[in-house]
Design a protein around this ligand. Structure first.
Ligand SMILES: NC(=O)c1ccc[n+]([C@@H]2O[C@H](COP(=O)([O-])OP(=O)(O)OC[C@H]3O[C@@H](n4cnc5c(N)ncnc54)[C@H](OP(=O)(O)O)[C@@H]3O)[C@@H](O)[C@H]2O)c1
Length: 327
């Protein structure tokens, strides 16, 4: 059976990486759309994509496109996803899914009403080492899991006009980088019962660095950190009463993880070989959902719930985006 056709919405940095991975792995990339026809044409020529559209509207209307990959800045995810859903297309939306939980709810509800699949492009969840980490955690191999530690820091552009510094484009460490440790903690421990967050902001009013503690029943905790002006270890650990898992740099991308027992002896080394950057696994998950499979991880309601965690962190650290004013 022919694979569904993908349409790439926007031509920025991650759109290139995504197109490269999908094409190398034999997916059908049918079209690309940009606000500027020239940008779409040059993207299509670079990747050998058959059709280039000079607007997002034309892209989502293309009958060869069954699934739209949204790669605009976070501030535009809801609008781009709703455009695709209104055209009857399935959608993979880059992280952070939206700016607010309210917007996430709107997108999830619109997809349900239209009978299409929508999924957050939290690619980490579908990487082979993470699948094994999840299996081990759920199997009880670590005993009772008590703690998650994770950080995501990168040295990113400090230009105040850059999307990561600009509140109008959803700038800040939390939604771009901090989403990874938060999503990982929720994957392992579930939704927290309490949230404590502390941040230092940039001159533009977004978070430069944010520390978070997620509290769970019986004193279990996730201790998480993110920053956009320094590059750190980007590692994660899951600590249980009978052992711990260490996920090496860079924990959210294809990497190596090790299971240790409580004396620090290696029990299992997880080192899958991954072709490309690793963005193809989430695309395969979405294609499977479109074909009727149940989610293997991160159903859309979990994404909506995670956006609620990010809302609460932002409330505590004083970072506001335009849609907060509609609430
Ligand atoms: N999964 C990952 O590993 C990963 C990595 C990096 C980023 N991301 C996510 O992907 C999204 C895009 O990030 P990126 O780094 O690719 O951003 P980027 O390089 O700035 O590209 C964003 C693209 O969005 C389009 N766009 C539409 N409205 C825009 C506006 N008002 N201002 C700027 N661009 C606008 C533009 O494409 P056109 O000009 O073609 O319309 C632009 O090229 C973000 O949500 C980010 O969190 C994910």
């Amino acid at each position: 059976m022919a694979r569904p056709g993908w349409g790439i919405l926007a031509t920025g940095g991650i759109a290139h990486a995504f197109a490269r991975d999908l094409i190398a792995e034999g997916f059908t990339v049918a079209a690309v759309g940009s606000r500027r026809l020239e940008a779409a044409r040059s993207f299509a020529a670079e990747h050998g994509i058959p059709t280039a559209h000079g607007s997002y509207e034309e892209l989502v209307a293309d009958p060869a496109v069954e699934i739209v990959y949204v790669a605009t800045p976070h501030s535009h995810h809801a609008e781009s996803a709703l455009l695709a859903i209104a055209a009857g297309k399935h959608v993979l939306v880059e992280k952070a899914f939206t700016l607010t939980q309210r917007d996430a709810r709107r997108v999830a509800d619109a997809a349900a009403e239209a009978g299409v699949v929508v999924m957050e492009a939290m690619w980490t969840r579908f990487l082979p080492h993470m699948i094994r980490v999840r299996e081990l955690v759920r199997s009880g191999a670590l005993g009772e899991v008590r703690t998650v530690l994770a950080d995501h820091t990168q040295s990113l552009p400090l230009d105040p006009a850059h999307r990561l510094q600009n509140p109008e484009l959803g700038g800040g460490a939390l939604l771009d980088l901090g989403i990874y440790p938060v999503s990982f903690a929720v994957d392992v421990l579930g939704l927290p019962q309490g949230i404590r967050a502390h941040a230092a902001l940039t001159a533009t009013g977004v978070d430069r660095q944010t520390a978070m503690i997620l509290d769970y029943a019986d004193g279990r905790q996730a201790v998480l950190h993110t920053a956009l002006d320094t590059a750190g270890p980007n590692r994660a650990a899951v600590i249980g009463t009978r052992g711990y898992l260490e996920i090496e740099r860079t924990f959210y991308a294809p990497t190596v993880a090790t299971l240790f027992d409580e004396r620090g002896e290696v029990v299992e080394r997880i080192a899958p070989v991954v072709a490309q950057r690793g963005m193809q696994f989430q695309a395969a998950e979405l294609e499977a959902r479109v074909a009727g499979a149940e989610p293997t991880s991160l159903p859309i309601e979990e994404t909506v719930a995670i956006m609620g965690v990010l809302d609460e962190v932002r409330r505590q650290i004083g970072v506001r985006y335009a849609p907060d004013d509609d609430a």
